[in-house]
Design a protein around this ligand. Structure first.
Ligand SMILES: *Cc1c(COP(=O)(O)O)cnc(C)c1O
Length: 370
C-alpha cells in the first residue's frame, strides 16, 4: 500500500490557492469561436512588434547558439540598460519577464508571518505570488480608481516587507506624479521596500511622470520594475528587469535564478534599449488608438478609464463576460474584468488601426444586439 497522502505534503496556503488558468492558444480559440482571425487586444502587447534593431538581431541569430547556455546574469544587457538609464550595472537584475522579478523580490524579503501591501485592483501577480508563498497580501481599496496613498500608509505594519505600486496602474491607467511618489517614499521612511512597477512607463509622456531612478539615491528602499514585454514588443521572449540601490540589488540577487533569461531575449533586448524611433512610432500609434477609444466611448455613452498606457477600460451596460464571448465570436479578444474585481468593465489594448476598427465595430454590434 502506498503511504502517499498528497494533502499532508501540501502547505495550507498552497491548498487554498486557486491556480490561474491561462487562455488556450489562438488556433484553439479560433476554432472554438468559429473565426478565421483574432485581433489580440487582451494582453497590452505592442502591435508594432519588436524594434527594428531587435528584429535585425533575431534575423541574423546563429541557430547553433540554441545549444549554448546564456551568460548567467545578463552581463552585456545590464550594462546597456545601465548606460541608457543612468544606472550602475550592479543595480540591475534581469528576470524571465518582470513576473519572475516579482518572485525574486518576495523571496528576498518575506517569510511566514510577513505581509505585502498593494491595491485590491491592480496587476494581480503581486497578490498571487505572495499568497502561494505563504505571505499575507494586504489589499487596499483603490480610491477614484487609483492607488490611495494615505490608506496604503495605514495598512503598513511592523510585518510589512514590500509595498507594490503599479504606476501607471494596470488596469485603470491611474498614475502618481513625481511629487506624490516622493511624498509617499518620505512617509514610508524606509519601513518597507517600495516597488514601483513601471511596466508602462515608456508610454507616459507627461512631464511630471516620476523619474523613479532619480529617487533611489534618497530612498534606498525603492525598487523599480521595467519590462521588455510592452513598449519593447518582446513579450514572447520573456524578459524584464528591476533596478535598486546597490545593497538592495545585492540582496535580491541572492534569490534570483541565474540563466533564467535566454540568449535570444538577451541579444534582442540589448539592441532594443537604444531604439528611440521605435518608442516614437509606438507612442504615435497608441495616441491614435486612445483617441479612437475616447470617441467610441463618447458615442456609445460608456464611462472610460485610462489614457496613459497602451490600454483603457470601458464600463459596459451588460455583463463583461457576455460581451467578451460575443466579441470573440466577432474575432476580437479583449479582457473581461470580472475576475480582476472590476465586474462590468472591459479592458482593451491599443492595437493597430485595423484592430481598433474591428473592436469598435464589434463592440457597437454586440451592444446593439441586447
Ligand atoms: C505586463 C505587465 C508586467 C510584465 O510582465 P512580464 O512578465 O515582463 O511580461 C508587469 N507588470 C505589469 C503591471 C504589467 O501589466
Amino acid at each position: 500500500m502506498s503511504g502517499f497522502a498528497l494533502d499532508r505534503l501540501v502547505p495550507a496556503h498552497v491548498q487554498a490557492f486557486e491556480a490561474y488558468v491561462p487562455a488556450p492558444p489562438d488556433d484553439v480559440l479560433r476554432r472554438r469561436f468559429g473565426v478565421a482571425h483574432l485581433h489580440r487586444l487582451n494582453n497590452n502587447e505592442n502591435a508594432l512588434g519588436p524594434p527594428a534593431a531587435s528584429r535585425a538581431v533575431l534575423a541574423r541569430w546563429d541557430q547553433r547558439e540554441a545549444a549554448l547556455y546564456p551568460q548567467g546574469d545578463g552581463w552585456h544587457l545590464r550594462r546597456a540598460i545601465a548606460g541608457r538609464f543612468g544606472l550602475d550595472a550592479e543595480q540591475v537584475i534581469l528576470g524571465n519577464g518582470a513576473n519572475e522579478v516579482i518572485a525574486f523580490v518576495i523571496k528576498a524579503f518575506c517569510e511566514a508571518g510577513d505581509n505585502i501591501v498593494t491595491a485590491d485592483r491592480t496587476f494581480a501577480v503581486y497578490e498571487w505570488l505572495a499568497s502561494f508563498s505563504g505571505v499575507e497580501a494586504r489589499l487596499v481599496p483603490l480610491r477614484d480608481h487609483g492607488f490611495d496613498d494615505a490608506a496604503l500608509l495605514r495598512a503598513i505594519d511592523a510585518r510589512s516587507r514590500v509595498v507594490f505600486l503599479c504606476n501607471p496602474n494596470n488596469p485603470t491607467g491611474s498614475w502618481w506624479d513625481h511629487a506624490t511618489l516622493a511624498r509617499f517614499l518620505d512617509s514610508v521612511a524606509g519601513r518597507a521596500i517600495v516597488v514601483v512597477d513601471e511596466a508602462y512607463a515608456e508610454f507616459a509622456e507627461a512631464p511630471d511622470f516620476p523619474n523613479s531612478f532619480a529617487l533611489m539615491a534618497r530612498h534606498p528602499n525603492l525598487i523599480v520594475f521595467r519590462t521588455f514585454s510592452k513598449m519593447w514588443g518582446l513579450a514572447g521572449l520573456r524578459i524584464g528587469w528591476m533596478a535598486a540601490a546597490p545593497a538592495v540589488a545585492a540582496t535580491v540577487r541572492k534569490t534570483s535564478i541565474s540563466y533564467s533569461v535566454n540568449r535570444l531575449a538577451l541579444d534582442a533586448a540589448q539592441e532594443a534599449v537604444w531604439d528611440e524611433a521605435h518608442i516614437a512610432a509606438s507612442r504615435a500609434q497608441v495616441r491614435v488608438a486612445q483617441a479612437g477609444l475616447a470617441t467610441l466611448a463618447g458615442r456609445l455613452g460608456l464611462p472610460l478609464l485610462g489614457g496613459i498606457g497602451n490600454f483603457a477600460m470601458l464600463r459596459l451596460p451588460m455583463p463583461d463576460t457576455v460581451v467578451h464571448r460575443r466579441l470573440m465570436a466577432r474575432g476580437v479578444m479583449a479582457r473581461a474584468m470580472t475576475s480582476f474585481r472590476y465586474p462590468g468593465w472591459l479592458r482593451v489594448s491599443c492595437g493597430s488601426p485595423a484592430a481598433m476598427a474591428a473592436f469598435s465595430e464589434a463592440l457597437e454590434a454586440v451592444l446593439a444586439e441586447r
